[in-house]
Each structure stands twice: as structure tokens, then as C-alpha cells.
Write a protein that binds this ligand. Structure first.
Ligand SMILES: C[S@@+](CC[C@H](N)C(=O)[O-])C[C@H]1O[C@@H](n2cnc3c(N)ncnc32)[C@H](O)[C@@H]1O
Length: 295
């Protein structure tokens, strides 16, 4: 069961209220989306988006049980990078609030996509969308240098070169088709005592391939670039990141907007989960929340 990260802080930043229109662009299981939608009722409009259609199936059930009194409740399976197309198609104007909670949800671990290096054996798909090319098909098309660059650039893995070499060596013997296949190669490629056993050696490589397969940095850049067309003046965007590169993108984009007088930083300092939240939900450890209000 996915536990929403920084829920109270998100509600405080976006302060949804009756009759407003808000978007949760990564709605997942509705951990943030449902509490937002409740506060928009009666009369508001809620748009929930997710690129993984299985997430929306489960969410629809949860929402039906809520019996929300909204003017419109729209759920769309789409890449949030295409938000402008969705807004046009749904005939929605500019909105009061937007939430983007990046990455994957705990509900996607063990759901058959190979996101996790733990648990049961699954095909190494790693894409949110069913229509994207799975990693087990992408991997054979990449050379050793490209693989090393992807792992290094997207995860700062210091043994990226060794891991890339091991992947190329392994695939000459057998194809790397499952999460277990990839995890085994990575674990065997790194030195014993990797990070003093603090994290599984496969952690960073899995993160890098997931970001690569879904073009996550590009998607983030596109939704940031469309904020001015998405939000009303006074509308707010709250973004939760879990990766230093993503946080740097959000930080600089918001700072530039503020310097040009087009936005106000709602929280001057980045918001991070408190110790109590991290204790209950260790996955929240790396979360960073930034919010901008458009002028
Ligand atoms: C961290 S989870 C969100 C969890 C949600 N906030 C909650 O608390 O229930 C991120 C979700 O975003 C979805 N996602 C990732 N990239 C996406 C994209 N480019 N477009 C739309 N959804 C995306 C994933 O499928 C996942 O369900």
C-alpha cells in the first residue's frame, strides 16, 4: 500500500478549497489526489492523471466509494508532459493548483513491471506506460559506453563502468530479461562490501534505467515549461522530487520564474519530511517539496 509523502505539507501549499479546479498529474492510488478532491467539493473540478493504466483502475474504485460532490472528476491515462493536450481535450481552462509527485509508487513494486530488484521475478519492463519500449528490449540496443553513461549520469553510481562491462559480457551468454537477471549481474559486478551493505548494489542501476526508459527528466522539463499556460495567476504548482537532478531542475526553474517576477516561491526553503514521517514511511527519506505561485 503506497503511503502519500508530505501529505499535510502538500495540502497546506496548495490549500484546495470548494469550487476550485486542481490537477494531480501523478495521481497513482490517490494518496494526495483524494484528499485534494474532497476539499474541492462541492462543485470543484479535479483532474487526475497517471501514465500507468492499472493505477487508474484501482483509483476509480476508491473514488466511487468516496461519493464526492464535484462538478467534474476526470481521470486520464497520459504522460503528464502532454498536460496541455489533455487540458485542451477536456476543455479545461487554467487551473488553481497542480501537484506532481515524481517517480513510482510502492503499489507498482511487484506489479509485474520489474521496477524492483527484490521480490518475485518479473519481466524487466520498467515503463509506466504499456505502449513504451520495455528495458529488456532497449538494453540489447545500447553499447557499453552508452550503458555506463546512463547509469553514471542518472544515478551517480561510481561503479557504472564495471556494471556496464558486466551487462555486455552477460548478454553475450544469455539475454537480460528479468529484474532478477539484471540485479544478479549488478551485484556480481561491484566490489564486496559495496557501500558497507547500506544499500543493495542494484538500487542505483535500477533507478537509472527506470528514469531512462520513461524519459523522466525530459517529462519534468516539459511540464515545468508549460506551467505558465496551465496555472491561473495566483495558481500554485507543488512538486515532490526524490532525485537530486530532478530537484535541481525544479529549484532552478522556480528561481528563474521568481527572478523574472513571474512567480513567488511559496516556501523559500525546500520542505523535507520530518523524522516522524521518515520513521513511518522510509521511502519518504529523499523527498523534497517545492511550491511556486504564479503572479
Ligand atoms: C510517487 S507516485 C504518486 C503517488 C500518489 N501521489 C499517491 O500518494 O498515491 C507517482 C505516480 O506517477 C506516475 N507517473 C510517473 N511518470 C509519469 C508521467 N510522465 N506521466 C503521468 N504519470 C506518471 C506513476 O505511474 C505513479 O503512479
Amino acid at each position: 500500500m503506497h503511503v502519500p509523502v508530505l501529505l499535510n505539507e502538500v495540502l497546506e501549499m496548495l490549500s484546495p478549497s470548494e469550487g476550485q479546479t486542481m490537477i494531480d498529474a501523478t495521481v497513482g492510488g490517490g494518496g494526495h489526489g483524494i484528499p485534494i478532491a474532497r476539499r474541492l467539493s462541492p462543485g470543484g473540478v479535479f483532474l487526475g492523471m497517471d501514465w500507468d493504466k492499472e493505477r487508474l483502475k484501482e483509483l476509480r474504485q476508491a473514488i466511487d466509494e468516496e461519493k464526492l460532490d464535484l462538478e467534474k472528476m476526470i481521470l486520464v491515462c497520459s504522460n503528464y508532459a502532454d498536460l496541455q493536450d489533455v487540458l485542451e481535450k477536456e476543455d479545461l481552462g487554467r487551473v488553481d493548483g497542480l501537484l506532481v509527485d515524481l517517480g513510482f509508487s510502492s503499489d507498482q513494486l511487484g506489479a509485474g513491471k520489474g521496477f524492483s530488484f527484490r521480490g518475485r521475478e518479473e519481466p524487466l519492463i520498467m515503463t509506466y506506460s504499456d505502449t513504451d519500449v520495455p528495458i529488456y528490449e532497449i538494453l540489447p540496443t545500447l553499447g557499453e559506453k552508452q550503458i555506463a553513461e546512463i547509469i553514471k549520469d542518472l544515478s551517480d553510481e561510481r561503479y557504472a563502468g564495471r556494471i556496464a562491462k558486466a551487462i555486455v559480457r552477460q548478454r553475450k551468454v544469455t539475454s537480460i530479461l528479468t529484474n532478477h537477471d539484471l540485479a544478479r549481474v549488478v551485484r556480481e559486478a561491484v566490489p564486496k562490501g559495496y557501500e558497507n551493505g547500506r544499500i543493495d548494489p542494484a538500487t542505483r542501476t535500477f533507478m537509472a534505467f527506470r528514469i531512462y526508459a520513461n524519459r523522466e527528466l525530459e517529462n519534468l522539463g516539459r511540464i515545468l515549461g508549460s506551467l505558465a499556460e496551465t496555472l491561473k495567476p495566483g495558481g500554485r504548482a507543488a512538486i515532490i522530487t526524490y532525485h537530486s537532478k530532478e530537484d535541481a531542475m525544479v529549484k532552478h526553474f522556480f528561481k528563474d520564474l521568481a527572478e523574472r517576477g513571474e512567480g513567488i516561491l511559496v516556501n523559500k526553503k525546500v520542505i523535507k519530511p520530518r523524522d516522524e514521517e521518515i520513521k513511518i514511511n522510509p521511502r519518504s527519506r529523499s523527498a523534497k517539496l517545492r511550491t511556486i505561485e504564479l503572479t
